[in-house]
Design a binder for this molecule. Structure first.
Ligand code: ADP
Length: 256
């Protein structure tokens, strides 16, 4: 895309001698503009589905017979579930927007890997138990400097994904270890995997390999975009290795 602006060149006697044309390459600008439009469309779509459902079920409750306790409780359950989904989406959007803001600052802490994982165990194992997935950890007793809340978010997002995309009786593991002056956080699963053609795109906001399945799993479509941002602000790197129907390994490498 180009934008053209021009101006005439006029001599001392006010007679035009020619024109100057300036070509601006605005491809990058157009790309940003189109990404912004896609983003707004995606967010609106993600919000519309749960809101339609909340509205529908509350209207039914308002119009209907409230004596059927079982139906009432089932409808309220759905309303609660859908509002939860909106809340998670909004929290993810806020996380992304904070990470992208100009005055974003990392708050560095000295983190002990063992203690961190220990404190996250209840959150990490809850879903594994419910889904009958074996969840194991192998964590070295190491210290590293990083933003604790953000690294917590990285671990939770990666383990949650591994659990979401692994069927019952599968295995999910979390390893944290030091190698080549890097701290590596590795989450490995024996789940459905990611087809090769989708691998480069899974870190984009709202990109999902299988839309219906991903929504059912309760994800917002922003988890890996957030992980990627957090890793970037730590000047780290993220590697992904996956094979359809075999499983996925995602490794986050942080400077130690
Ligand atoms: P979502 O909330 O949809 O899980 P993410 O940004 O966390 O969004 O992930 C983007 C997509 O990448 C998912 O919808 C899913 O298709 C794929 N994905 C992520 N992690 C895994 C995994 N461990 N195994 C298989 N597919 C995965």
């Amino acid at each position: 895309y180009f934008e053209i602006s021009g101006a005439p060149i006029i001599n001392e006697r006010n007679i035009p001698k020619g024109v100057v044309l300036v070509l601006h390459d605005i491809t990058e600008l157009k790309k940003l503009e189109s990404m912004r439009k896609d983003f707004v469309a995606n967010v609106s779509h993600e919000l519309r589905t749960p809101i339609t459902s909340i509205k529908g079920f509350s209207e039914t409750l308002l119009d209907g017979n409230l004596d059927d306790k079982e139906a009432v409780s089932q409808f309220l359950e759905i309303i609660y579930h859908e509002s939860n989904r909106i809340q998670i989406l909004i929290e993810d959007l806020l996380s992304l927007s904070r990470l992208e803001s100009d005055n974003f600052k990392l708050v560095l802490h000295k983190i002990n890997a063992l203690e961190l994982v220990e404190s996250l165990m209840p959150a990490l194992t809850y879903k594994a138990e419910r889904k009958d997935i074996s969840f194991t950890t192998e964590v070295e007793d190491i210290q590293f400097k990083a933003d604790k809340d953000r690294i917590t978010q990285v671990i939770i997002n990666l383990v949650n994904n591994a659990l979401n995309y692994t069927p019952a009786r599968g295995d999910v593991s979390l390893r944290i270890y030091k190698e080549d002056e890097l701290v590596k956080i590795e989450v490995c699963d024996t789940g459905i995997g990611i087809p090769e053609k989708d691998l480069p795109r899974v870190f984009e906001r709202f990109y999902r390999v299988d839309k219906a399945r991903a929504r059912d799993s309760g994800g917002t479509g922003l988890g890996l975009a957030i992980v990627k941002h957090i890793v970037e602000v730590h000047e780290g790197e993220i590697l992904i290795d996956s094979e359809a129907d075999q499983g996925t390994t995602i490794t986050v490498c942080l400077p130690a």
